[in-house]
Ligand binder design. Structure first.
Ligand SMILES: Cc1cc2nc3c(=O)[nH]c(=O)nc-3n(C[C@H](O)[C@H](O)[C@H](O)COP(=O)(O)OP(=O)(O)OC[C@H]3O[C@@H](n4cnc5c(N)ncnc54)[C@H](O)[C@@H]3O)c2cc1C
Ligand SMILES: NC(=O)c1ccc[n+]([C@@H]2O[C@H](COP(=O)([O-])OP(=O)(O)OC[C@H]3O[C@@H](n4cnc5c(N)ncnc54)[C@H](OP(=O)(O)O)[C@@H]3O)[C@@H](O)[C@H]2O)c1
Length: 461
């Protein structure tokens, strides 16, 4: 038997598993979370129903393939549930790592461990109900600063301005180290929150920084910037509503100051100059000019990095991979050990684990599928590795004291969650702690035993 292991069941892992399984290999998914989906389930904005339902349906179809096997609630890495060496001991023909970007970028600011300072990913996991983040304290106050000006920053602003049950927010200020022409968010995403922006306040901010941008030959007049990034503000009948969304460009945080209760009270930011590089890109260069802002919540939305504890060699953008010398610009998927300057045969990486915080679901899917192709090419040329069977793997995991969640458990959980949704008259219901999910699985097992029915994963329509 030559079976393939896939670590992580986000979009990259799920679509990779599909490809490997359709090539005829038994595929075993090991996933940190009980449920599959990764950021598609626990990152994408909660109100993007159509997209989330569509993806859940596709993931259910992958899991319904008879040669795809699933072990949820199993975290791989040094000091976690299973090490890579434990996986290797089960003799897979290859392992494809698609565990995403779970490490946080730390700016190392004085005071950044104050209460009320969060990493965007953790905050997003919290409002998307991922255990254990769902039950942890992510309280927000009246004045929230978000560092970074990409789509994640806009999602978080949207949550705080419109959908957070706490309704505490009076103002969200997005702080960007560079200028308005280096904005990373999409027009569609800003469209959800643009009505919280005050036309004149944004125009005044553009005026405040215009000389520094002009030195890089940039036109940051309101007319130009509104047209390129905030089209709604040019509409004749545009009126803004509270809570407010404001922007501070050419600014970098330099220190967090906490109050006597240990919670952030002020944020010190430095003004930046904008410098043009020879390749035409711009760089923020910090000046000595500093300002103190009244801020009671700070969220870093500056992208994530790969988790060092997984145990693979780290590269600059994701786990280290081996470049093809003949095609250096092609994506490469085989893990490379830079210390011993050799590849790690049979170890592949794809999705956000390969290039952290890069691109939409479709890109992660494509990357997973390319990684799967490379994995299949490798496995095809191998002799039998005699991988453990599903019952043997389950026994191995249980012997280690783990509680893996299988495909049939997921189907049972889905049944109970559908019942709960119907009871609560909701489109969709999901549990936000592992204990409730395990209780629901046990309850469904009891129901199934009574009725004698077999439960299969139901694609969600
Ligand atoms: C806040 C936010 C909102 C987004 N909104 C959109 C959107 O609206 N539209 C869009 O197209 N894209 C969106 N994206 C991008 C999209 O979510 C990603 O492109 C995609 O999810 C990346 O897929 P992945 O499989 O590489 O990683 P992930 O989705 O992160 O999946 C990683 C998987 O690995 C598992 N895992 C992690 N560590 C381990 C471990 N140690 N052992 C075992 N398993 C592990 C996790 O449980 C998870 O299931 C958003 C991203 C973010 C952060
Ligand atoms: N709704 C959606 O479709 C959606 C939602 C969320 C995420 N996504 C996708 O997920 C991916 C990740 O999104 P993201 O918003 O995390 O990343 P992103 O688009 O790369 O934006 C990151 C932001 O953080 C800033 N930044 C990085 N390092 C910094 C530092 N050290 N100090 C200050 N600022 C810093 C960047 O500024 P510089 O430009 O100066 O580096 C940039 O403004 C993107 O592909 C995004 O499109 C999509």
């Amino acid at each position: 038997m030559k079976n393939v292991f896939v670590v992580g069941a986000g979009p990259a892992g799920m679509f990779a598993a599909r490809k490997v399984a359709l090539a005829g290999y038994d595929t075993f998914l090991f996933n940190r979370d009980i449920k599959p989906g990764g950021l598609a389930e626990y990152g994408i904005y909660p109100l993007k129903d159509k997209m989330k339902f569509g993806l859940r349906k596709q993931f259910a179809q992958v899991l319904n393939l008879p040669n795809v096997h699933y072990f949820g609630n199993v975290k791989v890495g040094n000091g976690y549930d299973l090490t890579i060496a434990d996986l290797e001991a089960m003799r897979p023909a290859a392992i494809l790592f698609t565990s995403g970007a779970q490490g946080a970028h730390n700016l190392g600011l004085p005071g950044e461990t104050a209460k009320g300072v969060y990493a965007a990913k953790d905050f997003v996991y919290h409002y998307n109900q991922l255990p254990p983040y769902a039950s942890q304290d992510f309280s927000t106050g009246r004045r929230v600063a978000i560092i970074g000006i990409g789509n994640v920053a806009i999602d978080i602003a949207r949550w705080l301005l419109q959908d957070s049950p706490s309704r505490a927010t009076e103002e969200v200020v997005i702080i960007a180290r560079r200028g308005p022409l280096e904005i990373k968010f999409d027009k569609k995403e800003i469209g959800y929150v643009a009505r919280h922006i005050e036309h004149d306040a944004l125009a005044a901010e553009l005026d405040r920084i215009k000389d520094r941008c002009t030195s890089c030959n940039q036109d940051v007049s309101p007319q130009s910037v509104f047209a390129s990034h905030f089209p709604m503000l040019n509409e004749e009948d545009f009126t803004s509503i509270s809570p407010r969304l404001s922007f501070r460009f050419l600014s970098s945080p330099t220190a967090v100051l906490a109050g006597t209760d240990g919670r952030i009270e002020k944020l010190e930011v430095a003004e930046n100059d904008l410098v043009l590089s020879t390749d035409g890109s711009t760089k923020a260069v910090r000046t000595d000019q500093k300002t103190l802002l009244d801020i009671d919540t700070l969220i870093f939305a500056i992208g994530d990095k790969h988790d060092e504890q997984l145990g693979l060699p780290m590269g600059p953008d994701g786990y280290a991979t081996l470049a093809d010398p003949e095609h250096p610009n092609n994506p490469h998927f085989e893990v490379w050990d830079p210390t011993n300057t050799c590849p790690l045969p049979g170890h592949f990486v794809a999705g956000w684990a390969r290039r952290a915080s890069t691109g939409l679901v479709g890109i992660a899917r494509h990357d997973g599928e390319l990684g799967a192709v490379k994995t299949i090419e490798y496995v095809q040329n191998l002799p039998d590795t005699n991988t453990l069977t599903e019952p043997e793997i389950l026994a191995f995991l249980r012997k280690k004291g783990l509680h893996p969640v299988t495909k049939s458990d997921l189907a049972l959980l889905g049944t109970i969650e559908q019942q709960q949704a119907a009871l609560r008259k909701l489109n969709y219901f999901k549990y936000s702690d592992n204990e409730s999910m395990f209780r629901a699985i046990a309850e469904a097992k009891a129901q199934t035993a009574q009725s004698g029915e077999e439960t299969r994963l139901q694609p969600i329509s």
